[in-house]
Write a protein that binds this ligand. Sequence first.
Ligand SMILES: NC(=O)c1ccc[n+]([C@@H]2O[C@H](COP(=O)([O-])OP(=O)(O)OC[C@H]3O[C@@H](n4cnc5c(N)ncnc54)[C@H](O)[C@@H]3O)[C@@H](O)[C@H]2O)c1
Length: 271
Amino acid sequence: MSDRLDGRVAVVAGGAGGIGRAVCRRFVERGARVTVADVAADRTAQTAAECGAERAIGAPVDVVDPDSAARCVAATVERFGRVDYLAYCAGNNIKAPALELTLADWRSQLDIHLTGAFVFCQAVGRRLVAQGEGGRIVLLSSVAAWAPIPQRGAYSPSKAGLVSLAQVLSVEWAEHRINVNAVCPGVAKTPMTDLVYSRDPELKRIRRSRMPIPREVLPDEIADLVVFLCGAGSAYVNGAAIPIDGGFLNSGFMPERKLGDAAEAIHNGGA
Ligand SMILES: NC(=O)c1ccc[n+]([C@@H]2O[C@H](COP(=O)([O-])OP(=O)(O)OC[C@H]3O[C@@H](n4cnc5c(N)ncnc54)[C@H](O)[C@@H]3O)[C@@H](O)[C@H]2O)c1
């Protein structure tokens, strides 16, 4: 079975971020064309340029703006003639104790993660239904949907909401041959994670000691899963929330263990 996506077109919201960029690159490697949709205009243009002018356009959008998704779909159709996939990777991450989390910060996270996802699903979904050829939607959730992160009072509810959104749309849109799934990474190796760990090496040690596979997931590994969920091999996967966490969610009873460089290196596999 071919894993090529030739002739297909993807919209990647949050496409200029650490994970979104990897997703854009993977789509293009598999033969699809892509619209990089992100609020960061410079990184959006840069990501589109990396993918190649023939295969990608940049669409500076603010997912909080309710009109942005429809404009993004219109720009994609104008350039590529169609839309087949949505990967929703936009996000932010505000740290605050629940007692001090402001309503503005709560709303910002719910708006960017969940309401933005709904608005993009709706805009892309309308186009997919009009085209009549089905499609795929993948929402970037997190293991935080089930394993709440302290001081992320709005992040975990947003991510749980994305799982629920994927489930409800998967039921409602199956008749249109639109599959909707959520991907739930553990801690990913992104510049943000590197920065956090450089400030707090002990946090890195503690987290890894509780990971069955003691390393972070790579953006390229997440991109592989996202693109798989758009390919022929996943036609019967619908409404799933798939952890990509090295087994972290199942490690509740696993004792904290000491890891040396050697133990970690076994799992790094060139990572
Ligand atoms: N990095 C991790 O460890 C990790 C783990 C699990 C889940 N996730 C989730 O994966 C997704 C991508 O994470 P990442 O690590 O690539 O983060 P990132 O910060 O590198 O990327 C997020 C992107 O979203 C864009 N964005 C933010 N607000 C926007 C808005 N209003 N409109 C349009 N674009 C906007 C940002 O500009 C950025 O490019 C997020 O939803 C995140 O919660 C990340």
